[in-house]
Design a binder for this molecule. Sequence first.
Ligand SMILES: C[S@@+](CC[C@H](N)C(=O)[O-])C[C@H]1O[C@@H](n2cnc3c(N)ncnc32)[C@H](O)[C@@H]1O
Length: 271
Amino acid sequence: MEGAEAAASDDEVLRSIVGHLNETLPHRRLRIVDAGCGRSSQLPIAREVEITGIDLDEDALQARLRTSQDLDHAILGDVRDGALIAPGSADLVISRYVLEHVCDVERAFANLARWVAPGGLVVVQIPDRRSAYGYLARRTPHRLHVWYYRTVLRRPHAGEPGRHPYRVVYEPAIGRGGIRALCERHGLVLRREYVVDDLALRRGPEWTLIRTGLRLLSRLSGHRLTARHNNLAYVLERPKRDPAPSQSDPPRDAVDTDRPTGSAPPRGTGG
Ligand SMILES: C[S@@+](CC[C@H](N)C(=O)[O-])C[C@H]1O[C@@H](n2cnc3c(N)ncnc32)[C@H](O)[C@@H]1O
């Protein structure tokens, strides 16, 4: 996979990202915005941090405050609302498995880019809509996702308030080309890209069946949909001196879509 590092699990990616953060942001106290923070804590950072969590789901936010107790500030709000955080006030903005749930990813991404300070980092993790897994997730009904979580992942409370799975949108930007185009439009530099196959390590007959099904779907698609990874992770940097934002629209092949590029989301203002 050109330009991307392969990783076998989210844990491996997180370890690598934390190493990168410690090298590039050796501040004493890291100001972190966790955009779409959910109910449990995220990065295993062993240093002083000040974390602001934003989430639309009050039950998830309350659970995070009750159990992880790692948030210094909790905001019940929408990552598409740029006014939630002062521009340039975070050393690290992290958004893990949130953008695939958002309508108008452009606006949400613009805010992530706006909230980070010059020299700071944005970490984004998403499923790849162009993977066989992503294709199935966006083409199947939400109730099937709830069944998958309860039955295959054995999470009996899945789908209850404050718990996964959340409804997915998978706008065309949720892929490798889409994220690169967003970076260009919003002045972020791509420092690291990971392709993650976190299904590969799972053991048991149900996972063998799922992997076989995904490989078959990949073959049926003429390998347009990959079965080699399901997730993507990015470390993006806001340069110390902002480059002039690109005036041109992304090249037609820069947005991952199986729809005509004319239907890509409008260029947002970020709130
Ligand atoms: C799949 S969960 C991921 C949670 C957490 N980041 C993690 O990695 O465990 C998606 C989270 O994004 C939140 N979310 C979805 N759309 C959002 C939006 N527009 N603004 C803020 N939070 C949102 C959901 O409420 C949910 O908590």
